[in-house]
Write a protein that binds this ligand. Sequence first.
Ligand code: C2E
Ligand code: MG
Ligand code: MG
Length: 676
Amino acid sequence: MAESGRPVGVFGNGVNKNEKIQIRILAMVLVGLLAASVFFMAGTYRSTLSHDEESLLDQMQSVGAFVADNVDTVSYRLAGDALAAGRTPSSAVLKAQRRLERQLARMERSSDVRTIRLTTRYNLSAYEERRFVDLCKAPGDADALISVPEILWTRYVAVEPTRVAATETDTRLRVFVPVMDGSRRVIGHVVVEQDFRPQIVRARADLLRYGAFYLVGLLLLMSIIFRRFVRLIAQHVVERRMTLEQKTHIAEHDALTGLYNRSFVMDQIGAELKAGRTGNGTFALMMLDLDGFERINELYGPRTGDELLKLVGRRIHNILSKSDIVGRASGDEFIILLRGVQNGQFATSVAERVLKVVGSHFLVQDQELEVTVSIGICFYPDDGSDVGTLMRSAAAALSQAKLKGKNCYQLYNGDASRRAVELVRLEKQLGQAQKNDELRLFYQPKFDMDRRLVGMEALLRWQTRDGLVPPVRFIPVAESSGQIVEIGKWVIDEAMRQLNVWNGKGWTDLRMAVNVSPVQFCDDSLVPSIRKALEANGIKPSDLEVEITESAMMQNMDRTVRDIRRISDLGVQIAIDDFGTGYSSLAKLAEIPINTLKIDKSFIDNVVTNEASSITTNSIIGLAKSLKKCVVAEGVENEEQLEYLRRNGCDVIQGFIFGKPLPADDFYDAYMKKGR
Ligand code: C2E
Ligand code: MG
Ligand code: MG
């Protein structure tokens, strides 16, 4: 089937505002998480390092305190004093120095790798102090104390230990613990020193190793979350687009056949009109309706009907060119838009092809089905310049095709098509009338010349919301559509039921006349249905009179005469209605079992004033007499007419002079209530 082309992207700009915000928020959260992690790791690194530094300084301080507590203060002092005096050390001093050195070396060994030095005060110049330290600790490391911070010197006399932390440029940790003599005077300091670089290097390595591990894990997790989220949104976008496409498809297509639907075709016609106004675009619109599709539905079921519609749609679609559009309008109705049609010939050739492909057999669920189609065709701009008018024109042409006998196409032609529309509309409404109980029977009395009620004629009325519809308007429609068969059965049933009611009230010698259409004579069920109605209501057959118009009898002579015989065989009376207008052959009249001739109203109208009418009336009466038939004058409206007919031997009078057709109850009140 033809598809409407729409661009389909993958993600495109299908992401809506909400989702864009969601993606942004998620990205921000993830980046924030990453930053927080880095920040946290840096913090942990720093606090671990400073914690390590503190505990190392603690250890160093306790080592320093130990040294300060246990140093041989005498030797220390001796060495210091000698140094202070700038003397060459005496042997006693040297001894003291060596003692001190040994003691320091011992203590140093017992306290891991830390460097322990001693400093002294007592007016030491920096140089002197350095020398002192060199002397007592590391003779080769003369610059060792140069970097001792100034603060140490200013607090040299401090009795509290001093701790020097590592810096960016100097990674050495130092603790200065005061050494005191017996009288608690500071005589120097134990300097404990250790390089903190190995710890820094280790912490950095840890940070790198674990941090990298952690970050890689985090990034991986984040990318999984982000990808999942993006995929979710992409899925939403695709789903949305799918539903949008599905919605568009549903909005434009007919669910059953897959063809375009009515509103889409109408839109396309609208677009064609726009193009047509600006350019020279002409086009044809065809409206198609399957003939008797309802019957197929009733006979084979709606599923078979649906299948058939699909196949019909496909066949029509297949014979059209790509530029044409076919849609299902509703039920069994299709519309075709033929673009660029310059002349009627092309459109009719398409219509002929449609008739041909639809008219050939269909195989539906192993059943061979046959169906035909009626087609109405109109053209733009000749038959309408807007969508509504064109659709109406096509529908009018279709109605005309239906009335023409179906299975054909019809080009739109003004009034004829419009009349056809009215008839088809009536036909549709009439279909509902019986179901909605809108049909009524009125009764018009028949009197003999002694003004005695001898019977009545049942006359059909259609009670619509807008009032009573007379039979001349709807009976021809019911006849052309075949609805008269069902309606006619109802008329006979209802008339017999009513006669039975009146019989029950003591009026047992009345004859009920019922009009029967020639179409009913073509239906085999007519005779049985009459018999059934008589039996069901216990009516004497001779109390029923079937009226058939003379012209109708002439239409299908053999068949009608055969049925008349059958009905007559039941004992039912036969009357020829509107006699004098149908040119029946006298020879035939004598052969057919007819009981009554009803003189047509047109002769009665002028029977007093017009010679030709009076001659015809007299001839009919004469003929009836000679054939021993009853003669009824209908449409008698005044006393002159009545008097004339009485004088000339007419048997029964029907006309407004005695009464118009009335509903059963009114009829009873008017003619039967008061008794005979
Ligand atoms: P019809 O069978 O010849 O019925 C007589 C018609 O003449 C009736 O019109 C009746 O009302 C009318 N009429 C009777 N007396 C007078 C009168 O004095 N003056 C005037 N102006 N008219 C009079 P109605 O009821 O409109 O029926 C018209 C026709 O419709 C009937 O003609 C009959 O052919 C047909 N029809 C009525 N009911 C049925 C029915 O149930 N089945 C069939 N097949 N045809 C029916
Ligand atoms: Mg009649
Ligand atoms: Mg008549």
